[in-house]
Design a protein around this ligand. Structure first.
Ligand SMILES: Nc1nc2c(ncn2[C@@H]2O[C@H](COP(=O)(O)OP(=O)(O)OP(=O)(O)O)[C@@H](O)[C@H]2O)c(=O)[nH]1
Length: 530
């Protein structure tokens, strides 16, 4: 489930400058989204995320590990000071996952937006135009700004999450362009688990919106997934309106269809915004061209996409809780150390710090920290970082493993209880159903070993103990047991995963449950049993 950086990487807001430190003060990103939970959603309301990128490794195992320069208290103090300064005047950092049905125009929209905002230069744009034309895919030239691999370009689809960053007047936004095709949902989950908010792109073309929104279409599944992963704010970009002659009726019809589903999925109406756009022509992204946007301007006087991005509410950051960094991507080099990327789910990390890698017995030392390709002396919760590690054999590092302080370990769970919400499924869940468990960038085989009780979604009270089955839209408390993943000799052994109750760390306590390529439930961890 690798994730790549399109051309740039993680955007967090760089602020201030520490007294001592290699280069530049760290940006303090975001971790625990601000959201008011209610009823059922309260229990499912969980913060996400970690973010990643591929970076060259620059550490050797043999070299002298760096020493910590600052005491933890000092780092916390400074992080707090910078956070306060950031909220007072600086640009606020936020990460945004771009979701939607295949071919809705997500990459095109992002490519064009980057261009409009001056992040994609004219030379690259022309090269993309020529390149896409050469292979008969000229309509994908804007998407090439995000879809960087040969296969993606040849097939005209996004397969992996692309990272980019852009700036609006008041926000520094990390963009995670997720794949729309259902075969790449695990990559989409990895991307969504690192986002604070979502941009849903829908295709207004007659019949296309409908096929994306019908059962089995990715519009529904993506919305449910991101909400389950803690994303509470969504902007809906109604795209390709040029295909329906900028029809106001069509735009409103789509908004009306989506509204009830958004509410039902747990998005508060006040946190859901709609905007009409034309990605290819760049209409209503940053402005409305007098000629090209004339038809839209006749009936639409509202905000542009950038206006809406500029007022996204950044989540709160929990810098006091213990450090947790779920690894979302690793870059290793022979005889060199490794660089891992991920989002800080709590706490602070600094150069010279020793970290434990879980599961496993290994520790590593942080040799360097990058945020947005800038070297920083420390980083705080919510930041999406690249950690250059030394004093560890990279063989011990895996995507989905969690880095934490050796003195404050994340529990390893093989059996745990969770409160889940069952999605719109045909085949009910029973005790013993085999499933795939998703936690950040890790997926492991598991079983719903016990159905403990069904729960009233409105009151949160237990309804029926030991139910025989869980049908669609039920809320329930279940026990989940990981299944054996490793054969040693003839014995099947099961390794625990680093996971925490939602009550302890929201970002570490969210799970998704899939079966046969379909997401069947989402939930929060209640208790680690063993
Ligand atoms: N007419 C028209 N076509 C558009 C618009 N936006 C995107 N397209 C076309 O829609 C097709 C799909 O665009 P992409 O950007 O690759 O779609 P996507 O949602 O990123 O696709 P996946 O990531 O593979 O799901 C391309 O041929 C684009 O040129 C638009 O505003 N108008």
């Amino acid at each position: 489930m690798a994730q790549r950086s399109a051309t740039s990487s993680r955007a967090s807001t760089p602020v201030g400058s520490p007294a001592k430190g290699p280069k530049k003060a760290p940006s303090v990103g975001t971790s625990t989204p601000l959201r008011k939970a209610s009823n059922d959603q309260q229990n499912l309301d969980m913060a996400g995320l970690n973010l990643n990128e591929n970076v060259d490794v620059s550490s050797t195992i043999a070299e002298e590990p760096p020493k910590m320069i600052l005491a933890r208290d000092k780092v916390l103090e400074e992080a707090k000071r910078l956070l306060d300064a950031e909220s007072a005047n600086g640009k606020k950092g936020i990460s945004l996952v771009v979701i939607g049905h295949v071919d809705a125009g997500k990459s095109t929209l992002m490519g064009r937006l980057l261009y409009e905002l001056g992040k994609l230069d004219e030379k690259t744009r022309r090269a993309n135009e020529r390149g896409s034309d050469k292979i008969g895919k000229s309509s994908f030239s804007w998407a090439w700004g995000l879809d960087g691999t040969v296969e993606e370009r040849e097939r005209g689809i996004t397969m992996d999450v692309a990272l980019q960053s852009l700036e609006t007047p008041h926000r520094q936004i990390t963009i995670l362009d997720a794949p729309g095709h259902k075969d790449f949902i695990p990559n989409m989950i990895s991307g969504a688990s690192q986002a604070d908010c979502a941009l849903l792109v829908v295709d207004a073309t007659t019949g296309e919106f409908e096929s994306g929104f019908q059962k089995g279409g990715q519009t529904r599944e993506h919305l449910l997934l991101v909400r389950s992963l803690g994303v509470a704010q969504v902007i809906v970009a109604v795209n390709k309106l040029d295909q329906v002659e900028w029809s106001r009726a069509r735009y409103e019809e789509i908004c009306e269809e989506l509204r009830p589903f958004l509410i039902q999925s747990g998005f508060q109406p006040s946190k859901t915004k709609f905007v009409p756009v034309g990605a290819v022509q760049g209409i209503n992204l940053v402005g409305r061209d007098k000629v090209l946007g004339a038809q839209l301007s006749e009936w639409y006087k509202g905000p542009t996409l950038v206006d809406l991005l500029d007022v996204l509410v950044p989540p709160a950051r929990d810098i006091i809780s213990p450090l947790r960094v779920p690894i979302s991507n690793i870059s290793k080099r022979q005889n060199l150390g490794a660089s891992v990327s991920g989002r800080l789910c709590g706490g602070v990390v600094q150069v010279g710090e020793k970290l434990r890698v879980l599961p496993g017995d290994e520790t590593a030392i942080v040799k360097g920290i990058d945020i947005e390709d800038q070297s920083v002396p420390w980083a705080a919760s919510g930041s999406n970082v690249v950690l250059h590690l030394t004093a560890i054999d990279p063989v011990h590092l895996h995507t989905g493993s969690v880095l934490c302080p050796p003195t404050d370990l994340v529990p390893l769970a093989v059996v745990f209880t969770a409160r889940i919400i069952v999605f719109d499924i045909q085949v009910p869940i029973t005790a013993g159903t085999s499933v795939e468990l998703y936690h950040h960038s890790r997926d492991v085989p598991a079983t719903t070993s016990k159905l403990i009780t069904t729960i009233d979604r409105a009151t949160g009270k237990a309804i029926k103990s030991n139910p025989r089955v869980l049908t669609k839209n039920t809320s329930a408390e279940v026990e989940i047991t990981l299944r054996g993943t490793k054969v040693s000799g003839s014995t099947m052994t099961t390794r625990g995963i680093a996971i925490e109750p939602f009550a302890v760390n929201k970002d570490m306590g969210r799970i998704l449950i899939r079966r046969g390529g379909e997401t069947i439930a989402a939930g929060v961890v209640l208790e680690i049993i063993g």
